[in-house]
Write a protein that binds this ligand. Structure first.
Ligand code: C6P
Length: 423
């Protein structure tokens, strides 16, 4: 099967020792399950991807060799940590086509990046005469955040409708984005529907009205080439843990002149230039937005994860995602009695959310767990969208660089068994 892949998947798998472990469906101390006999089939990558040895080694090397606080010490070890941490910003900038490190703020994750802009920009700039436009498929990290900022500022929060086929109603977008709109916040690839949204088209509409565009890249940056200029993004947020990096680190891209004009989000050490008892001034970008001791090891390892993906090539990552998602879509459709959410073909990213007639998604996930197959079941932090779909929950398989066609077959076989069981 290897020849059908855009890169050597066996070689990639060798970098992820966790993929060799066995599981048995029990909740136990890690590695001590009494029934751990099944191969782990990890299809929960949209929640968190696995971490290659290269990234794990980078974290260990940091703690073993140059662990120190950044931007504070004159001593050599602190200088080494500072250089590595700063260069990690350059690496992220280059990966998404930003101008430089000034435009990259390290955050805890996508959620924190969304909150940073909502608080530092939204609370200061929005009022009752303004509107913020989201889509009905936004993740809670954007939806709840702007909803609450709307309540506090009086700004109207509007939603572009999702159509039957899981794509956005662009006529409706043209209606709701108007002269009152100050921000359009859109998820690039939906974590629930898999839909790849026409961000550039939405950005052009937004910019026509002098509104900013915030792109939630949590599912797109890990899985395809993303360039902020091509997208027309003023802001872009993503998380390291969904792209071979560690947890606790993510990035906010912001256009330099916008970040420059924004108030800080968190106050404290690291982000100031001069402090008196009466007042304070702020450090240069991006440090103005990175108060306190940052996640240094995670930041350095984030850059290593990006190097790892760059070596594979993001076009190849996308091709691999497409191959597995299309195959899974076809095979699950062929089973019958399965509702698959979101569009098929070109407009879908590398995940498939579905429900089996008569089987609750949690039951399905639990049965798959007995076969060693890890998927996600729930509302995927998109409750209003699930209300609209008329489903309390859905099952979701999501793929990454180390997944194989055989693993999709294992998923489909286990879903077929579950169908039989509940028939
Ligand atoms: N989605 C999923 O299983 P954080 O948790 O901050 O790293 O990412 C938040 C987030 C924002 N936007 C989108 C589109 C996302 O998919 C996520 C995370 C996970 O789908 C956890 S709910």
């Amino acid at each position: 099967m290897q020849e059908q892949y855009p890169f050597d998947v066996d070689a990639i798998r060798a970098d992820f020792p966790i993929l060799d472990r066995k599981v048995g469906g029990d909740v136990t101390t890690p590695g001590e399950g009494p029934n751990d006999t099944q191969d782990l089939v990890y299809l929960d990558n949209a929640a968190t991807s696995q971490t290659p040895d290269q990234v794990v080694d980078t974290i260990a090397d940091y703690y073993r060799s140059y662990n120190s606080n950044v931007h504070r010490g004159i001593h050599q070890v602190s200088q080494e940590a500072s250089v590595a941490y700063e260069e990690a910003h350059d690496c992220v900038a280059e990966f998404i086509g930003a101008e430089g490190r000034e435009e990259i703020v390290f955050t805890k994750n996508t959620t924190e990046a969304e909150n940073l802009v909502a608080y530092a920009w939204g609370l200061n700039e929005l009022g009752p005469e303004d509107s913020v436009v989201l889509t009905e498929m936004e993740h809670h990290s954007s939806l709840v955040t702007w909803q609450q900022i709307g309540k506090r500022t009086g700004a109207d929060v509007r939603y572009i409708e999702v159509q039957e086929d899981g794509t956005l109603d662009m006529d409706h977008a043209a209606e709701v984005i108007d002269e009152t709109t100050e921000m359009v916040s859109v998820v690039h690839v939906s974590n629930a529907l898999g839909t790849i949204n026409p961000v550039r088209e939405l950005a052009d509409m937004a910019h026509e009205e002098d509104a900013y565009v915030f792109v939630d890249g949590a599912q797109s940056v890990p899985t395809r080439p993303v360039d902020v200029d091509d997208l027309g993004a003023d802001f872009l947020a993503f998380s390291g843990h969904k792209m071979c990096g560690p947890t606790g680190i993510g990035a906010l891209y912001g256009r330099e002149e916008i970040l420059d004009a924004m108030e800080p989000y968190l106050y404290g050490g690291e982000m100031i230039r001069r402090v008196t008892y009466e007042d304070s001034t702020w450090e240069d970008l991006p440090w103005k937005f990175e108060a306190g001791t940052p996640s240094i090891a995670q930041g350095v390892a984030f850059a290593e994860a990006i190097d790892y993906l760059d070596d594979i090539g993001m076009e190849n990552v996308r091709a691999h995602e497409d191959l597995l998602a299309e195959y899974a879509y076809e095979q699950l459709s062929d089973l019958g009695g399965i509702e698959i959410y979101g569009p098929s073909g070109d407009e879908r990213g590398g995940l498939v959310a579905f429900n089996v007639e008569g089987v609750h998604a949690h039951d399905l996930s639990s049965i798959l767990n007995d076969y060693g197959i890890a998927i996600r079941a729930g509302d995927h932090c998109t409750q209003p969208l699930h209300d609209k779909l008329g489903a309390a929950a859905s099952a979701r398989a999501s793929f990454y660089i180390y997944n194989t066609v055989e693993e999709v077959d294992a998923l489909v076989d286990a879903v077929a068994e579950a169908k039989e069981l509940f028939a």
